[in-house]
Design a protein around this ligand. Structure first.
Ligand SMILES: NC(=O)c1ccc[n+]([C@@H]2O[C@H](COP(=O)([O-])OP(=O)(O)OC[C@H]3O[C@@H](n4cnc5c(N)ncnc54)[C@H](O)[C@@H]3O)[C@@H](O)[C@H]2O)c1
Length: 451
């Protein structure tokens, strides 16, 4: 029987087992999604804390959408372990959802993909034809280049012992409308039959389109360019947010006017781009383009613009303090939000960190309040404000993350506790006129200082 048909029959009689390696922002909701879809699930994480929390029915990630959906201890067909060797022999398909960060010199760090792959391949029983799918974001060529040497070294035969495929995760943590069960998926695999078997499988996970797109590299490239495109689009508005105020024009007025045209795509400027994907994935593409000898000038320039935004904003804030008469070295800035993304407690690659560092380099005292994060998740050099009502004596409040809690805080009361009441909207989400009426001197990214 062709693999797709075998899969279809195992799916319908509920005997198909799915392993998930890495139970983070991507892996845990994926594991829960497959379990909810009726599969026998084996979840693995090297972090004892993560495994202990998931086993206890708790959410170890900062994604609030996962809070109430982790299966309770003892749930049938739900196995959580730190041991890849224990889990893999039970699985027909193993999905790998481990981190793909960048190194300090902005190069792809594939060590997690390699280590997780090795642990999986070492545990695959001979003759089991287990399908191993990489879901982590990578540049084209990574799955085969990283995993095939291990497969060959271990003497595993493709199509008999193992198959490898790539299916990028696209869901958006903290965005219930784009969860693992509601995003379209693309599958790349050298073997078409395996590709179609995986279409059967993922079609049970998501209600959206699932498509076999051909070889591994097509699916790998699709994922990385999705994030490259977002980085470029955001870089354009961030660049405009620096140009237009110099002409005494508010970039948001320009964007609103331009957006009346049917084919204009609107993006919003901000203090910078954060997270595990958009500020990281373009470097994977830049590296791969360099490897094949083709310049990636546009992608590189966009990255440079977005990377420079925290520093640019720090300069603007420093000028505001100076203009308000704050003596050098005595400025006190309160950052509202630290997480890179609204409603999610995720500090990875947050632009708040380089913003704070750039302010501190100008001898400005930086404090931060983020109701979605524990204080220990912020750098030691930043004063953590646990209770906003106790925050007082600041010169400048900066809206860094558009958490609902930041938007709807008691702005009148906060103004009363400020030493100088200057506010800077780093996300263009505040009603600046209403704040002005409350006594705030309101500024914003992309807005001329004179307004
Ligand atoms: N977070 C997102 O919004 C998002 C969205 C789409 C794609 N992605 C991509 O998905 C991948 C995973 O991202 P994430 O946000 O879930 O990362 P994460 O750091 O939240 O989770 C990764 C998990 O893998 C575990 N891990 C590391 N090595 C392991 C190993 N050898 N065996 C078992 N577990 C291991 C870690 O302990 C961690 O819990 C990345 O490539 C990322 O770019 C992320």
């Amino acid at each position: 029987m062709a693999l797709a048909a075998t899969f279809a029959s195992k799916i319908s009689d509920g005997s198909l087992s799915v392993g998930i390696i890495g139970l983070g922002y991507v892996g845990l909701p994926t594991a829960i999604g497959f379990h909810d879809a009726g599969f026998n699930v084996w979840g693995v994480d090297v972090s004892q804390r993560t495994v202990d929390m998931v086993k206890a029915g708790q959410n170890p990630t900062g994604d609030p959408d996962v809070d109430d959906i982790v299966p309770a201890p003892g749930t049938e067909n739900w196995h959580i372990t730190t041991s890849t060797a224990e889990a893999v022999p039970h699985c027909d398909v193993v999905l790998v959802t481990v981190p793909t960060p960048i190194t300090h010199d902005l190069k792809p760090d594939l060590s997690y993909v390699e280590a997780a792959g090795r642990a999986v391949f070492e545990a695959i029983p001979k003759g089991s034809n287990t399908i191993v799918v990489l879901e982590s974001t990578v540049y084209p060529g990574v799955t085969a280049q990283t995993w095939m040497p291990i497969v060959e070294e271990l003497g595993l035969v493709i199509g008999e012992d193992v198959n490898i495929a790539y299916c990028p995760e696209r869901f958006n943590p903290g965005d219930a409308a784009h969860g693992v069960r509601s995003v379209a998926r693309v599958i790349g695999c050298a073997d078409e039959d395996v590709g179609h078997a995986l279409v059967e499988l993922y079609s049970k996970l998501t209600s959206e389109d699932v498509r076999y797109v051909g070889k591994l590299e097509v699916a790998e490239a699709a994922k990385v360019i999705e994030n490259v495109q977002r980085d470029i689009n955001i870089a354009l508005v961030n660049e405009l947010a620096r140009i237009f105020p110099a002409m005494d024009v508010d970039v948001e007025d320009v964007l609103s006017a331009a957006a009346t045209k049917w084919n204009f795509h609107r993006y919003t400027p901000g203090v910078g781009v954060g997270g595990h994907c958009i500020p990281v994935d373009p470097y994977y593409m830049i590296q791969r383009a360099a490897d094949v000898g083709v310049p990636a000038g546009l992608i590189t320039a966009a990255r440079a613009v977005n990377r420079s935004m925290p520093n640019h904003v720090a300069g603007v804030l420093h000028d505001l303090l100076y203009q308000a008469g704050v003596p050098a070295g005595e400025g006190r800035v309160l950052l509202l939000g630290w997480s890179y993304k609204p409603e999610v407690g995720d500090p990875r690659e947050t632009p708040a960190e380089p913003l704070a560092e750039a302010l501190q380099a100008k001898n400005v005292h930086v404090a931060a309040w983020d109701p979605h994060l524990e204080g220990a998740e912020l750098p030691d050099s930043v004063e953590v404000i646990a209770d906003l009502e106790a925050a007082e004596g600041f010169d400048l409040a900066v809206l860094v993350t558009a958490h609902q809690a930041c938007l709807s805080l008691d702005w009148g009361a906060l103004q009363g506790r400020m030493r100088r009441s200057i506010v800077y909207d780093g996300r263009r989400v505040l009603d600046l006129e209403a704040l002005g009426a409350l006594g705030w001197q309101a500024h914003a990214v992309g807005r001329p200082a004179s307004e």
